[in-house]
Write a protein that binds this ligand. Structure first.
Ligand SMILES: Nc1ncnc2c1ncn2[C@@H]1O[C@H](COP(=O)(O)OP(=O)(O)O)[C@@H](O)[C@H]1O
Ligand SMILES: [Mg+2]
Length: 139
C-alpha cells in the first residue's frame, strides 16, 4: 500500500523537490481491508501533504504495529495547522487557510473510510513545523 502510494506521488513530490520516504517497521501483520478505499485515503493525505509543504520539504510514510492495531501515518514538515482548527478539519467542507484543495471533503471521507474499517483517524500538528495524520486499523 505505502510503496504504491510512494510511486504514485514520486513525480508530484519531485516537482517540488520534496523528499518522499517510506519506513516500514517489521513485523507487520496482514489486515483485512478494502485496498481501493485505503488507496483513496492515502491519495488524499499525500495530496494535502504536498500542497501544504514548501519546496525542498519532506514527507514520511510510516507503518508499524501497536498491539492489535496497525498504525499508518503520513507526516510532513510543512506549514502545520493552527491548534484551534485541528478539531474541525475532519468535518465536511472545513478548509483552513487559502490553499484550497478540493471542496474540503477529503479528510471527512478519509475518516469515514477508516471508521468503516473499524479504525480511527487523527492528527498531530505543530503550526509552522509540520503535520502528522495517522490511522489505526485493527489487525
Ligand atoms: N498536511 C496538511 N498540512 C496542513 N494543513 C492541512 C494538511 N492536510 C489538510 N490540511 C488542512 O485541512 C483542511 C481540510 O482538508 P481536506 O478535507 O482534504 O480538504 P481540501 O484538501 O479540499 O482543502 C485543508 O483545507 C487544510 O487547511
Ligand atoms: Mg484534500
Amino acid at each position: 500500500l505505502l510503496e504504491r502510494v510512494e510511486r504514485r506521488f514520486a513525480e508530484p513530490a519531485a516537482h517540488k523537490q520534496i523528499e518522499l520516504i517510506t519506513e516500514l517497521e517489521p513485523p507487520l501483520p496482514r489486515i483485512q481491508a478494502d485496498i481501493a478505499q485505503l488507496d483513496r485515503v492515502l491519495d488524499n493525505l499525500l495530496n494535502n501533504a504536498i500542497r501544504h509543504t514548501a519546496n525542498g520539504g519532506r514527507i514520511r510514510l510510516h507503518a508499524r504495529r501497536h498491539a492489535e492495531r496497525v498504525i499508518i501515518s503520513v507526516e510532513d514538515n510543512g506549514e502545520g495547522i493552527a491548534y484551534g482548527q485541528q478539531g474541525r478539519i475532519f468535518e465536511p467542507f472545513v478548509q483552513v487557510g487559502r490553499k484550497k484543495g478540493g471542496a474540503g471533503l477529503g479528510l471527512a471521507l478519509c475518516k469515514e473510510i477508516v471508521q468503516l474499517h473499524g479504525g480511527r483517524m487523527g492528527v498531530f500538528s505543530r503550526p509552522g513545523q509540520g503535520t502528522q495524520f495517522y490511522m489505526a486499523l485493527p489487525v
